[in-house]
Design a protein around this ligand. Sequence first.
Ligand code: HEM
Length: 224
Amino acid sequence: MNNPGFLSSRSTLGSDVSYLFAVVFTLLFLISGVFAKKHKGLKHHRMILVSMSTMFLYFIYYYKIRRLGVSSMADEIVFSGPDWVYQKVFRPALMAHFMFVTFSISLAVYMIANGFKTAVKNKGEMTLKNARLRPSITLWALSLVWLAFLAWWLFFVHQFGWGYRIMFLALGYFIPAVMVALIQKTLPESEKRHRVLGAICIGLFAGLLVTSTLVYCLLYVVEY
Ligand code: HEM
């Protein structure tokens, strides 16, 4: 994976494949958003499932080569530009990218569950039913399983400092959990919830595409 890449002179095969993979899955999500806008519910649903599968494949691959971006946080990826670009442009872009990753992925997982709960098949097409939703005890219990897994990974699999542990716990569990609680309070109707959060989720995927391209260009394309 450390062989020379094919997209730019400085990149590696690993960085190019992971960037292309990220572009493909974000574009697939954006296309499924277009189907939803055109009220093609069934195509939208199928495309979301394809996008989600591509995204999971990407994460398995990315975990293998870059430990989910932890190496870029720990400065293992060499940034070849001047220090001021690193401090003023690259680091903020990387942070924004991590934010988009965290929020878009957690919202997408939530939206899939919400889609299955809210969509109904109607004469060969899929539409959304409008019902009042109550917080799901099962989902909250599952989220605690995820929290336990995350804590095990942070405390026993990797030797992170306390700063990183707190950041990963906040981004990986506590911020999404607060968001879900807020959603349950402010958007109790299922159809409106799917449309409003779906539009936000598609916007986050567009941000993800922009920030991953920016980080890739700053690392491998821009000549300093
Ligand atoms: C990441 C996951 C998802 C996102 C981001 C998403 C996004 C959206 C958006 C933005 C809309 C509203 C478009 C508009 O009218 O402005 C929508 C509608 C819809 N979604 Fe999703 N969705 C997701 C998952 C799902 C899943 C898993 C299903 C089915 C199981 C589903 C079924 C539908 C249906 C039936 C509609 C209504 C289409 C119509 O207006 O006729 N969605 N979705």
